[in-house]
Design a protein around this ligand. Structure first.
Ligand code: SF4
Length: 356
């Protein structure tokens, strides 16, 4: 069981797991209040609840609430609102980043934002367009460190968070235990109480991990896969960890992912002009989308490349984006253009992980 200073961090526990730790003599309603307050108010004070003294003391000795320390926050205004990137320090001094991404709305009031969380310190997937990939893998995050990013965002920074995307540092399916543990807590109705529809797991497409995720039985959890190339050869160049993963095999495992009404499998494509928009690229992409969602819908999220500290190309021009979009649509793909938010902060897609 994960521990901090000898005590288990409540941020990594579901309510049933927390109650099991409290053991006999616990009061379910009071324990429920204690659990809820930890997530809603950032307070964990067993001695102040209507719990037998001995149980409260035992709980305080075994369980603690620990938030990661916020070291720095940088913000950038954009057309949809303010993007903010927070640098958080973990117990062992390692640092991770999470990003508050504004969500475009119709009305004048800003609504809840999306929080992009990290699942590992660094990443071993080595995608050439990504800062985290260049940094290399350091370690997996524990469930309480993933949930801790949400808790710090909400409780320390006061951010209004409505959705979570696992798209920060790390490949979430390469840290399956951490991901599964964090999802269980985030979905706990007595805790953060997210609905599955408001959580998205983004992966480079590890078939085994996708099958394991399906095995969790979370039928409304969103999944998003990075394609980034129309064929396996170029995909392997851009995303070395995808070598050996055939596009057919990947599409087949995706086709088994629960499809439901209003569900669209999100397929991400970071457009690097001159690299992955060559002649015929649209046909390969459209064929993949059809195979990956045979009975449902797949949407191609086209993301203009953000040159990082060691660029592999340049950002596409509007005309290049427009022309590639038209080619994809003519080939039958449903395309959504994702406007980069937080480019100046190194907080846009593929830019997390440059911690300095
Ligand atoms: S894009 Fe994602 S999977 Fe690839 S190196 Fe970066 S963090 Fe890892």
């Amino acid at each position: 069981m994960p521990e901090t200073d000898g005590r288990v961090n409540i941020l990594g526990l579901t309510r049933p797991a927390f109650e099991a730790l409290a053991g006999r003599g616990g009061h379910s309603r009071a324990l429920g209040r204690l659990y809820r307050r930890a997530f809603a108010e950032g307070r964990f004070e067993p001695g102040r609840e209507a719990i037998a003294k001995g149980t409260a003391a035992a709980l305080a000795a075994r369980v603690a609430l620990r938030l990661p320390a916020v070291e720095r926050v940088v913000e950038e205004d954009g057309p949809f609102g303010t993007t903010a990137k927070a640098l958080l320090r973990l117990d062992d001094g390692q640092r991770v980043e999470c990003v508050r991404i504004p969500v475009a709305r119709r009305g004048p009031e800003p609504g809840p934002a999306t929080l992009c969380v990290s699942s590992q310190v660094g990443c071993r997937m080595g995608c050439v367009f990504c800062e985290s990939g260049r940094r290399g893998y350091v370690r997996d995050l524990r469930p309480e460190e993933i949930v801790g990013q949400y808790a710090a965002a909400r409780l320390t920074l006061g951010w209004d968070i409505g959705q979570i995307v696992f798209m920060g540092m790390g490949e979430p399916l390469d840290n399956f235990e951490g991901l599964a543990g964090a999802l269980a807590v985030l979905l706990d109705e007595s805790g953060p109480a997210f609905s599955q529809d408001d959580i998205t797991v983004c992966t480079i497409g590890l078939p085994e991990g996708i099958a394991r995720l399906r095995g969790l039985g979370l039928k409304r959890l969103n999944l998003s896969v990075s394609l980034n190339a129309p064929d396996e050869g170029l995909r392997g160049e851009l995303m070395p960890a995808s070598r050996g993963v055939g596009l057919e095999a990947l599409a087949a495992v995706l086709a088994l992912y629960p499809q439901r009404r209003n569900f669209a499998l999100a397929v991400n494509y970071c457009l690097v002009p001159g690299r992955n928009d060559g002649p015929g690229a649209e046909a390969g992409v459209a064929a993949f989308l059809r195979a990956a969602a045979p009975s449902g819908r797949a949407v191609l999220n086209l993301i203009p490349y953000n040159p990082g500290s060691s660029p592999i190309g340049r950002a596409p021009t509007e005309a290049e984006i427009d022309s590639f979009t038209k080619r994809l649509e003519a080939a039958g793909a449903l395309v959504k253009l994702r406007s980069p938010r937080g480019r100046g902060l190194m907080a846009a897609c593929g830019q997390l992980g440059r911690i300095d």
